[in-house]
Design a protein around this ligand. Sequence first.
Ligand SMILES: [Zn+2]
Length: 280
Amino acid sequence: MTEPGDAEARRKVGPVICYPVDTLPRPDVEAYRAARAGWEKVDEVIVPPREACCFRVPAGSFFRIVSIEGPQVGDLNLWSAGDISERFFSGKTRALHGTHLSTGDQLWSCLPYLRPMATITEDTLDWYGFDEFGGSVHDVIGTRCDPYTHKLLSGGDEYHHCCHSNLTRALAHSLGRPKEEVEPAVHDVLNVFMCTGFTRDTGQYFMKASPVRPGDYLEFFAEIDLLGALSACPGGDCSAQHSSDAAACHPLLVEVYRPKAPPAGWAPPPRNGYSRTHGA
Ligand SMILES: [Zn+2]
């Protein structure tokens, strides 16, 4: 199409932030961090390469996802422990906090509940910022590698050690329910340690080798009782590919910590819902 005469003028219109967050209630990260003094490690789970594991974190406790052995990306799902229909809402979290998360950002639950499920209290990769390609770590722009997209693009067989399948098996195992039944509860992830962005020329989703190294971690405070699942992506550090057994893969460690007392001033966030305010 030919450009209209005022094309440049239209392009020059400045952007407006969709969701200004000045009015968003912000967590008191310093109070959260102070609550770590004297905390006790109460659980740990090692997620094997190309597999996923579930873990539970009570409201008011912390959990860490730790890189061990080598650079590795993790795909995280979160559900309300008492009702898995309330789950992490990657899209709204992105709308509120941007494409990549770090300290002070919160992971919001799906509609109609829309409340913080977890708050990021420490990120050892926060120094990375945005690189020259527009890449950064811990994105909420990807979805998760899955057998169906892989088959669609490659024409080959379904690959069932991708994150979607790993998360499905882990959730089924944790709840003692069939895989087919729980598969729809698996949702778009927080891509822990993954380095991603959109190409400037074509706007395509890209990945590059994760800057994570053993000892790095991402730490969360559980705002509500959580059931989590973490997949050690078959892409490894996601420097080249995923959805195959080709990449070097490493385990990931999940640690759960119980503080001596909840952070000062903290209370579990209430759950929204139409029927709660407007009757059935
Ligand atoms: Zn993956």
